[in-house]
Design a protein around this ligand. Sequence first.
Ligand code: ZN
Length: 1078
Amino acid sequence: MERAVLLRSLSSSSSSSTLASSTRLFSRSVHRLARLPRRHRLVPNVHQRSLLRRHLGFISPVSRPSLQLSRHFCSLSVRAVATSPLQSSPEVLGADDDVAEKLGFEKVSDEFIEECKSRAVLYKHKKTGAEVMSVSNEDENKVFGIVFRTPPKDSTGIPHILEHSVLCGSRKYPLKEPFVELLKGSLHTFLNAFTYPDRTCYPVASTNTKDFYNLVDVYLDAVFFPKCVEDIKTFQQEGWHYELNDPSEDITYKGVVFNEMKGVYSQPDSILGRASQQALCPDNTYGVDSGGDPQVIPKLTFEEFKEFHRKYYHPSNARIWFYGDDDPNERLRILSEYLDMFEANSAAEESRVGSQKLFSEPVRIVEKYPAAEGDDLKKKHMVCLNWLLSETPLDLETELALGFLDHLMLGTPASPLRKILLESGLGDALVGGGVEDELLQPQFSIGLKGVSEDNIQKVEELIMGTLTKLAEEGFNSDAVEASMNTIEFSLRENNTGSFPRGLALMLRSIGNWIYDMDPFEPLKYQEPLKALKARIAEEGSKAVFAPLIEKFILNNPHRVTIEMQPDPEKASRDEAAEKENLAKVRASMTQEDLAELSRATHELKLKQETPDPPEALKCVPSLSLQDIPKKPIHVPTEVGDINGIKVLQHDLFTNDVLYAEVVFNMRSLKQELLPLVPLFCQSLLEMGTKDLDFVQLNQLIGRKTGGISVYPFTSSVRGKEDPCSHIIVRGKAMSERVEDLFTLVNRVLQDVQLTDQKRFKQFVSQSKARMENRLRGSGHGIAAARMDAKLNVAGWISEQMGGVSYLEYLQALEKKVDDDWPEISSSLEEIRKTLISKNDCLINLTADGKNLKNSEKHVSKFLDMLPNTSLVGSTAWNARLPPTNEAIVIPTQVNYVGKAANVFETGYQLKGSAYVISKYLNNTWLWDRVRVSGGAYGGFCDFDTHSGVFSYLSYRDPNLLKTLDVYDGTSNFLRELEMDDDALTKAIIGTIGDVDAYQLPDAKGYSSLLRYLLGVTEEERQIRREEILSTRLEDFKEFADVVEAVKDKGVVVAVASPDDVDAAKKSHPDFFKVKKAL
Ligand SMILES: [Zn+2]
């Protein structure tokens, strides 16, 4: 869920890896149900989006799973059920044909798919026409998903509001929010919903079969028989309504989606993404916003909403996916119960997405976006070129070739189009997502932001010129080889991060299936990839790629150029227009109307704040404590040494990949050099050595390995004053390339010349652009960092490398690069000298036993080459920010409100029950008050069990001071809490589900490393688990005193709009120190 603490992606941006894709993606098309899996989103949209892209698209950089892990309880205990990749393909069963027939399904096709070692059977439900893909294999992480085609006609956001609403109670589960009950009390490994521009997906996943079927049943009942179409209150709560607390006050708009989308429309990158999509396809459903435009959402009526559900949420319009090691007969049995209740309808016809005819001439559009007042507005323009590539869907090989081309042009910092644009100095960072093929017709988009007004034209010319040059000259063969290796590596590794593999496959398959095309085809990449490889070998890469650039881009008249201009008045103008609308609404009402509206407002609030009766809660199926393993998940870890250096080894099946981390202690670094560390990390990977320029170095990494990344990691350590602070170098390679991997890591660390002023200047601009984006889009993460920086040293360090302080540092640094480069360059060298040393270094390896053994000699050689700098000892880092309340003002329509205190300082000793209680608060008190009745997109608390900081945060929040009142009410809520055994059991099971979060083998090895660094022992994990399992109601009551300390002594940081800060200052003049950040 969005409230996800996850969001604390503060970690500074350093540079990730060879495929630093974060800057090149729109966060355009998918709306999630507010509900992203907790703590899994390091770079929110990117990861997901790259998974959505078919074929080549699921290449992900060496992920940095968890800078934020350090900050969350989950680092305590990490799951270890068998989660190895699919090893072999013995007999996999499908459903018996006669069983299927008897249940009313007709088999359409049946294939064994080598690429995912699965048998896949496509069925059609005879009575309704519903289609079912039943995929069987040995993966225990089972996935179910139901997808409807839901093309909107306008921007009222119906599909999005419906996506939120159907999970608010159904026929069999008549609760306020069964979804939340599942979050509380199931072992799900994935639970969410997404709205695309043309479809809505409801996926769930679990490794526990009983739990899995429970989730499936709740989801099926929700989509087919939701209560939201009978009771307008859900529509009002999730969509929009007028709020009037007292007839004498002003009317306001409230609604979860309304506010979520206000947040989205405050982010320049999303505004651009939306504008691009809509301008490319003005004539079909992509010309409107399925998420909802906040100015249009209030036009939506309940009647239209109900009708949309009746029409499209119907089996005749459904595509259903099952995946994993469960019984395929059982899947069909569960489905038939639901599907048989319907008669066929015409929805499949009506929901078909029409294609956009290609333009005969290019189009140019100028849009405004809300910006803060400031002197450099002239330099804040954005320009993006977009093409719709084809009128009809492309064949698989062309699609694959386009994906390849995309990677060649933009995939790595060394890719020519990316490199030339960034090196031009015409802008700060890339915009546009490159090739995008998840909708009906493929698109290509590329542009720059941070462009000065008079350079717009130059950017356009540079893009067209570079593309022409690439078509004429082709790509160099090392680059082609590097891209090919990267693509093949990622296909082989099939590392979907925190996404279940079955879900990644489903999203790929759906990309075809939803348009009535073959759902099997996108899963089978081996043959077309082989063919493409052969063509490149035979005809040369130029013969393959040049015609693609010419046909689809250069000679394609369907081009839309979008220029976005910063407008410092736009936010207040929109605000004023909204107020004026509401004033008109008010003026048109009689005294009786107003009294009635106020009554309705209170009624809705009352409903929202009244808990479900315990009998109703019982209807949501749940596991019992007997179903829960008593021991924490075991990750095999052997601590040994090579050449006197500590080495951790994790013997896990990884399909012949070795994952390695090299960890250097940062504690002897001078305090004033800390903010430079993220850029130091990026420089290592993106500047050249004496004999290789950075392009060659990057290509070499791409050709030989699965990627290398370097980044800082900092956390408090429980019971210690001193924080744990390191630089981690992560890399991965196939077993036969391990020697290359360590040689390259060594070159990156020791041979790279930290002298390239021009490139460094680009890094600074890009980082600045990224931080600005983060401030608008993840203000709660920024607020959390700021509070931490006031409360402990580790937090202060992280804020120096990823918070408001970092942004300020970058702003000053940008100038300093021009004025005093030698000093910066020598500081970078000083960081290297201090950090890169055999002393206090640590190695972490994850692979199977044979490959671990084989890699030892390479590790040994690598260690021999490291310098043996004598330790300077820890430097005194004793900085914190002053503990004053702060309001950080940015141009936004929504706020992010935080409050935090260190509860260890009150004498509280950590107990496992704290995990259960925090989770419970998230799903009850904070969810109900901050989100449901407060109208924020999310509200949650987080307990960092290493530092002792307990914090509250809200996300896209229309309120400011009111939210603080909710936080302060937490202790009373806990004191007065009543809870029966069922509810308590659910809370415990849900917590275990978090603690045992599903992990692929590389993530297991990595989590184990973090536990080692943070001093979390196996004994402690066992004790915490026992404490979790034996949590009692009294623990909740006792915890009330703990959170009371946050109420009394907590520090407040809000990232908020100017208007709301002004209003708060009026009522509480000295409460905040105000700081302008953008
Ligand atoms: Zn949403």
